[in-house]
Design a protein around this ligand. Structure first.
Ligand code: FCB
Length: 442
């Protein structure tokens, strides 16, 4: 099994999940600092205060990436390090950290891919309405322009947002993520609209500064699977696909929200101003796809989506997510056929398992993760064979880290982190991944 020449192999992380140093060099709180410090929101009361101490240890971490043979590294910038209040003035020290990180990566021939927003909104902007306010949209475009100006001379790939679905629905409807609002579907949909709009305006602002940059966005996708071949269940799967996939792909690539979902959401549909959808559908250079599992759904009377989730019969990870690799081939192929993105990357894929450090061997033996990755890479290759312009694959994650509402309980890394000593130990999957990169397949 060989991947095309030039296929880019990398790993991914995000700022709040690894950096720590939350009050260092002028950084002010983000909504995740506030949320994680609110009792009951994160398992075991874990916070990102210290996390992997990557802010201090980044040079060692880059050396480890080089040792793993990584060709690319996807990381995110903490907006509240660069603009602690969300809008000016610029905090030079915060920016300097990313400047050094980019240089350290390039020195090792590791291609940086930046994500501008992986959920750590400056708390100051939350106070003025967060993503429910259109002011945040413009603040984001200004922040994007600053990054294009300062890092865009060396960084080619910049993604605006990570997973707007989570920002909207987990943050405002299900309450599992910051800012932790529950039950407000209307707010969730308005937030998603503003996040998408901010993406479009940011792409325009960055394009004006760096016409040669590769600009895109990262979406989380699932494969919506009907529980049976009854017409009702097939329609339920189509609604689920509308909720999870089409609600984002249609505005980004076609400049419209799907009509069936607008009808279903009714009064909860977002307020859209003239020109918004043109801005949202500003052409992009790549789409990043995050894929972990499929969704099996059946028709039901439960509003608003009129569907129930069923348990798929496949094996499960420590997140209790079903392992279903064919879904990755299906979704990539389908996005290629229906939306024609110029380039695709798998920007996240991976699995949490209950890894333990083996006292005898000193290693971490994670055969389940290797099997998960192997199956999903076969699925990625299947999409390439189907014509999808897939250019690279980033495993989630480089190392164990703060897994949001699950705190440090869930380990997604191919590198094990002993949080007490901050020691990093390559898991068997990391060794396997290194071989894979050397051979561009197996
Ligand atoms: C994705 C997030 C990433 C990580 C993985 C497991 O939704 O983008 O930060 O938490 O899930």
């Amino acid at each position: 099994m060989k991947f095309p020449d030039g296929f880019l192999w990398g790993s991914a992380t995000s700022s709040y999940q690894i950096e720590g140093a939350v009050a260092t060099d002028g950084r002010l709180p983000s909504i995740w600092d506030t949320f994680s410090h609110t009792p009951g929101r994160v398992l075991n009361g874990d916070t990102g205060d210290i996390a992997n101490r990557h802010y201090e240890l980044f040079r060692d971490d880059v050396a480890m990436m080089a040792d793993l043979g990584l060709q690319a590294y996807r990381f995110s910038i903490a907006w509240p390090r660069v603009f602690p209040q969300g809008v000016g003035p610029l905090n030079e020290k915060g920016l300097a950290f990313y400047d050094s990180l980019v240089d350290a990566l390039l020195e090792k021939n590791i291609e940086p891919m930046i994500t501008l927003y992986h959920w750590d909104l400056p708390q100051a902007l939350q106070e003025t309405g967060g993503w429910q306010s259109r002011d945040t949209v413009h603040a984001f475009a200004d922040y994007a322009a600053l990054i294009a100006e300062t890092l865009g001379d060396r960084v080619k790939h910049i993604a605006t947002h990570n997973e707007p679905w989570c920002v909207g629905f987990l943050g405002h409807w299900m309450g599992e993520h910051a800012p932790g609002e529950r039950g407000n579907l209307k707010a969730a949909l308005q937030v998603i609209h503003h996040v998408l709009l901010s993406h479009g305006l940011a792409v325009q602002a960055m394009r004006a500064i760096r016409p040669e940059a590769d600009l895109g966005i990262v979406l989380n996708h699932t494969w919506s699977h009907a529980a049976s071949d009854s017409e009702a269940d097939i329609q339920a799967a189509h609604r689920h696909d509308g909720f999870f996939n089409r609600w984002f792909l249609d505005p980004l690539f076609r400049g419209e929200y799907p009509a069936d979902m607008l009808a279903l959401y009714g009064d909860d549909a977002p307020v859209v101003q003239a020109g918004d959808l043109d801005n949202i559908s500003t052409p992009i250079d790549f789409l990043g796809v995050n894929y972990y599992t499929r969704s099996v759904v059946a028709d039901s009377l439960k509003p608003p989506l009129l569907l129930n989730h069923l348990r798929g019969e496949g094996p499960r990870t420590a997140m209790d997510w079903e392992v279903y690799a064919p879904g990755l081939c299906n979704i990539l192929t389908r996005i290629h056929q229906d939306y024609h993105p110029k380039a695709l990357y798998v920007t996240e894929n991976g699995a949490a398992y209950d890894d333990v450090l083996d006292a005898t061997t000193g290693g971490v033996h994670d055969p389940d993760r290797i099997e998960y990755l192997r199956q999903h890479l076969e699925a990625a290759k299947c999409a390439i064979d189907n014509g999808a312009p897939l250019k690279g694959y980033f495993v989630w994650s480089l190392m164990d880290n703060f897994e949001w509402a699950w705190g440090f309980d869930k380990r997604f890394g191919i590198v094990y982190v002993d949080y007490a000593s901050q020691k990093r130990v390559l898991k068997d999957s990391a060794l396997w991944f290194r071989e894979l990169i050397v051979h561009n397949g197996w």
